[in-house]
Design a protein around this ligand. Structure first.
Ligand SMILES: [Zn+2]
Length: 204
């Protein structure tokens, strides 16, 4: 059976040998390429999940597309460097090691809140209560954060395996909190800076 190497978008295996299970020709007039190409139905022997490749009919298989597309890291803007480091680590191991990713999202949240609110001290659970009581986090974001805290603990200590979807949910909630405490204030600050600069320029 013909195979070709590609990173698996499902389980994250690098250069996995995708097996071509079937192909059909199409004539690509939509993209005005006017070339013959194939859709290749393929399967990954590592995880058995399917994928579709678009290959150009050249002397050798030349990939023009691959679906589903692999998970790309999705980072909130303007996070401090080490928060970004933990968050990115979680994103990059999400598919292969959901439990480790869950623990890393929790760590990104923990460190992110510590850096943003250094005056609020204690363990994460008690800091979250104080942040909500003092109005520094909304109640909803406090709930999100508690969910990440508990989920991250489960990912480390629970006997049942942590799933990719559970880790993804922690990632989404962490992203919302980081967006609120880092991305939005910085966007507003940058916008204000632009407005002030334009005003100053107009008054010159
Ligand atoms: Zn796979």
């Amino acid at each position: 059976m013909a195979t070709f190497p590609h990173d698996c978008p499902h389980c994250g295996t690098k250069n996995s040998g995708f097996e071509i299970k079937g192909k059909f020709d199409f004539f690509d007039s939509i993209n005005h390429r006017n070339t013959s190409a194939w859709f290749l139905m393929c399967g990954n022997p590592e995880c058995t999940f399917p994928a579709v490749a678009v290959a150009q009919a050249l002397d050798r298989v030349h990939l023009r597309g691959f679906y589903p597309t692999p998970h790309e890291p999705d980072l909130p803007d303007h996070m401090p460097e080490n928060v970004e480091h933990y968050y990115l680590q979680a994103e990059s191991i999400l598919q292969q090691h959901a439990d480790a990713a869950g623990a890393m999202y929790r760590k990104a949240l923990d460190v992110g809140l510590k850096i943003r609110f250094p005056e609020i001290e204690g363990l994460l659970a008690s800091r979250l209560k104080k942040l909500v009581n003092q109005g520094l986090l909304t109640e909803e974001l406090g709930d999100f954060s508690h969910h990440v805290r508990l989920g991250g603990n489960d990912a480390v200590h629970d006997e049942d395996p942590f799933t990719v979807n559970e880790a993804k949910e922690l990632g989404f909630l962490t992203k919302m909190v980081m967006t609120y405490i880092y991305t939005l204030p910085e966007m507003i600050r940058l916008r204000q800076e632009r407005v002030d600069a334009e005003k100053a320029a107009a008054e010159e």
